[in-house]
Design a protein around this ligand. Sequence first.
Ligand code: AHR
Length: 517
Amino acid sequence: MLKRVFYCLIILMIGISTTLQAADSDARIKIDTERRIGAINKHIYGNFAEHLGRCIYGGIYDPGSKLADKQGFRTDVLEAAKGLNVTILRWPGGNFVSGYHWQDGIGPKENRPQRTDLAWQTPEPNTFGTDEFIDFCRKLGTEPYFAVNMGTGTLDEARNWVEYCNVKDGAYYAELRKKNGHKEPHNVIYWSLGNEMDGWWQMGHKNAEDYGKFALEAAKLMKWTSPNIKLIAAGSSNFYEGSDPHGWNRVVLDYLKEYIDYIALHKYVENYENDYYTFMATTQDIYERTAIVEGQIKEAMSKMRNPRQIWVAWDEYNVWYRARAGADMVGRNALEEKYNLEDALVIAGFLNAFINNSHIVKMANMAQLVNVIAPMFTSPTDMYRQTIYYPLAMYANNSHGCALDVFVDSPTFDTKQWKKVPYLDVSVAYNENNEVVINVVNRHLTDPIKTDIIAQTGEFSGTFSVHEVNGPDIKTENTFGSEPIVTVEKAGITASGNKITYEFPAHSYTMIKGKLK
Ligand code: AHR
């Protein structure tokens, strides 16, 4: 009898303590500095500049403008881009590259031909070409990443471009570069073998076999010209009715496995239905597609006597759906998407997904840098930072080192496609200074989520800085002279021991940073 009363008491006490715990905090994030996913490659904070709309002309390059420097680069854009710590910049496309002949864009400007770009139905003056792009990259302090034309281009064009950029002297195109005023080679390391060749919309679109064969020959010639280059294969782009993205990747990996260092994937997400939670969950797809292609890489490697590493590059990603039809898709003002707070939260979701896949994702490029589905937006006389600028800047300037495999216990939501999606979307970086950088998106539309952040190894110490991107309304946008959505520094947290409790506000992105050792 006494025993039974004792057991009842114990059960009651456990019950009470669980209820108290649940009432106290809604969620838990457990951090163990020994559970590591992989090194966060700085190139996941890359960007993309295509000859499309006003990205190059009127964005990066605007020689007539009062805001331009002597080389014609917009200084306001350069300064804002520096704030994004752009680590690698992809160029010149995108769909544009599949009709681009690089030799049109070198030499004296008065001799360069104007062409018509069929991808975006726009005249291409070619006043911005290889040497201007390299100059821009040097000013910005970023790594250039070129894409070659695998649509209407030839094998010779691809290898000659590598020669122009990377061979010191003696060779014909190396000498041409020198004649054009660039004595030293440009040393372009990253080259992608075309763009979205799986898409019917691509000039010179191919099936996987034809692309694999052609890209393999291009890869050989490019590597023989400059053995240190790194090659990126055009993997599957955004899915469309009738496409076979996984089949494409398998064939491409099989053909190119001995030459490529990365396979590129693309992802654009949308909110046509104005369904907030479905939109918030769209970045789940990054986890799924990364896992699938990782398995396919393993499969390809298993067929090799000397397996090599192939990484994943998400070399185009963003929110894109408003400026995606009719007049918004062509011409000088194409793709001028305006972003709001919910888009900024989705961008934080993308970045969490890249960090949480750090073992295999070694590059990511927001598409694009300015004006065209971009974090910066210009007029002839002004510029502003769109909402999506702010999370990207926070991650790119802070989340470095090693990605930790954190345990997250959070309330969840369901969508048609994804079940049990945690409201709290989390990634954690741990750097060589024993700092943890905790990125948390609270995707709950209305409720704050009180969370215990628990260190399972070491102790928190000192003051933790807290930065937040949020706003009164998820539909709030920035515009010229008015940026309601920015990063706000909140009161720091004085931490000691192994627990920090913090309440993440509804529809917010928060970065908490401090010492853990
Ligand atoms: O970034 C805009 C376009 O989206 C790119 O040109 C193309 O690669 C993708 O379809």
